[in-house]
Design a binder for this molecule. Structure first.
Ligand code: P6P
Length: 323
């Protein structure tokens, strides 16, 4: 079956043609990510059967070790990206230390990954996702991961939901691609995605409200309820942010007494999602400024995260200033 429409690889190459000085390295890097996520998709879609074949961490009916899906996703990404030769360094939420692949010695880029965010939701069949964030190599040390989100060259995620979607920005807006499993292509389905300036949905884990450190936040949420907003919280960041990108509104994971610096990681979750949201016309904040302005001190640093429509974030920051 011949599939109409622009696929992700062709889109990446057409983007590259806009830059005569481009060497093709970023294109090859993005294609390596795309290939890895297709392998991950095949395992995610089989995850429900892992119970039948033997639970993760045990042996399946064939006597093979069934790996935890997030560790398997990490292994797939590490192998594919190291083998591409395009990445000088790889940082993963699943690994304590940065990896410097043998084949990446001449790589121009470094990449931060959350291989399978929300993986605690796998056994209840809730959407999960892979998040990535690409920076240029500078000094060639792990410090290169601490440049700050404003220096990202590209960022994106794959959401494994009712359909599998790949969202990507290289700094010229956001484009969404939906996987056609029949032909194994990510087809352009959301060209130049733009967030509404305001939404009607807020997405917070309100069970944490009594522990939130900023009293203005509770007043802000109460004001949204007064204005007839509805609550949606999946507990899987990629799914919650994807809905916010498409429908508008606000997603937040504030700092609280249990997580005084917030729960979500700057490098693997907050910075790439902030880049995407701002490229789609929305805003990000740590409560006072764009998340892209944050300079992390260490690769696993956590931050308070607010992502959403421009006017929602402006309202939120006003409530937090007034407290
Ligand atoms: P809570 C999933 O574990 C995750 O890292 C994000 O995907 C999600 O937004 C958040 O944690 C959910 O945290 O405390 O509400 O379960």
């Amino acid at each position: 079956m011949i599939t109409e429409g622009m696929d992700l690889n062709r889109f990446i190459l057409e983007e590259e043609r806009k830059y005569p000085q481009a060497t093709g390295s970023l294109s090859r890097a993005l294609m390596a990510i795309e290939a890895a996520t297709k392998i991950i998709v095949s395992h995610v879609r089989m995850a429900g059967l892992a119970d039948v074949l033997g639970r993760a961490g045990q042996r399946n009916v064939y006597g093979e070790e069934v790996q935890k899906l997030d560790l398997l996703a990490n292994e797939i990404l590490m192998e594919q990206l190291a083998d591409s030769g395009e990445f000088y360094a790889l940082a993963s939420e699943e690994l304590e230390e940065v990896v410097f692949p043998e084949k990446g010695r001449d790589g121009k880029y470094i990449i931060a990954l959350d291989p399978l965010d929300g993986s605690s939701n796998i056994d209840v069949n809730v959407s999960i996702g892979t998040i990535f964030s690409i920076y240029r190599k500078v000094q060639g040390t792990a410090e290169d991961f601490l440049q700050g989100g404003r220096h990202q060259v590209a960022a994106g995620y794959v959401v494994y939901g009712s359909s599998t979607m790949f969202l990507l920005t290289t700094g010229n807006g956001v484009n969404g691609f939906t996987l056609d499993p029949a032909v194994g292509l990510f087809l352009l389905s959301h060209r130049n995605l733009r967030m509404p300036d305001r939404g009607k949905i807020y997405s917070f884990n309100e069970a944490n409200a009594p522990r939130w450190l900023q009293p203005g936040l509770r007043r802000y949420i109460e004001a949204l309820k007064e204005r007839g907003y509805t609550a949606r919280y999946i507990g899987s960041m990629v799914a919650d942010v994807h809905r916010t990108l498409i429908k508008g509104g606000i997603f937040g994971y504030p700092a609280d007494q249990k997580n005084p610096r917030g729960k979500l990681r700057y490098l693997y979750e907050a910075a790439p999602m902030a880049f995407l949201v701002e490229q789609a016309g929305g805003r990000s904040s740590d409560g006072t400024r764009s998340l892209l302005e944050v300079r992390p001190e260490e690769i696993h640093q956590r931050v308070p995260v607010f992502l959403g429509s421009r006017q929602e974030i402006e309202d939120l920051e006003r409530y937090l200033r007034e407290e």
